[in-house]
Design a protein around this ligand. Sequence first.
Ligand code: HQG
Length: 187
Amino acid sequence: MKAKNKMTTLEQKSKLLSRWLRHRPDAIGLEIDKRGWVDVAELLLKSASAGVALTHDELMQIVVENDKQRFSLSEDQTRIRAAQGHSVDVDLKLPVKTPPPVLFHGTVQKFIASIRRQGLLPGTRRDVHLSATKQTAEVVGARRGAAVVLIVETHPLLLDGHEFRCSTNGVWLIQHVPAKYIRFPDK
Ligand code: HQG
């Protein structure tokens, strides 16, 4: 890591932040609390120790300019957390929220047979991620190949007691979407 230090761009630092705050705080010995918060001063120190020179100004720039607003600061700005996408065991305590009638999930064809059997599962993350717009779901799916967009009607899920939460950056989160609630594209 040290040798690459000079090459670490802001975008690379932002990706490292996602990794540390969502998946691998242990990679640089960071303490993450149950709500996903990490102390900003500790983050800067541990990042430097790991060979990634991240200044306070750079961190603030990443938080403000991140294309998906992936990071949130505490009110007093002393702590930072990822807005969603965690695989580490955290509970962000996001309030339950009523979603719009239809949400979207972007995926790829190779997962469809399994999703038809098991519904949408969170995999390694804490929650299944759903998008408010078809366009966003297309972008999410396209990370893995030709996007397939599934439609989730939320009303029947709400009637059956399923809970939705919405991250501060607008990603809809749910524990599981059984297959019967999913509309698959016609084939
Ligand atoms: C699939 C990015 C087989 C699911 C994005 C997806 C998003 C199943 C993959 C955020 C399945 C999980 C999350 C089942 C679900 N059988 N495959 N039963 N149920 N899948 O990355 O939703 O840039 O954990 O369709 O923009 O792709 O990181 O979730 O393809 O908002 O901020 O299993 O990550 O945001 O993949 O993406 P992921 P996702 P960031």
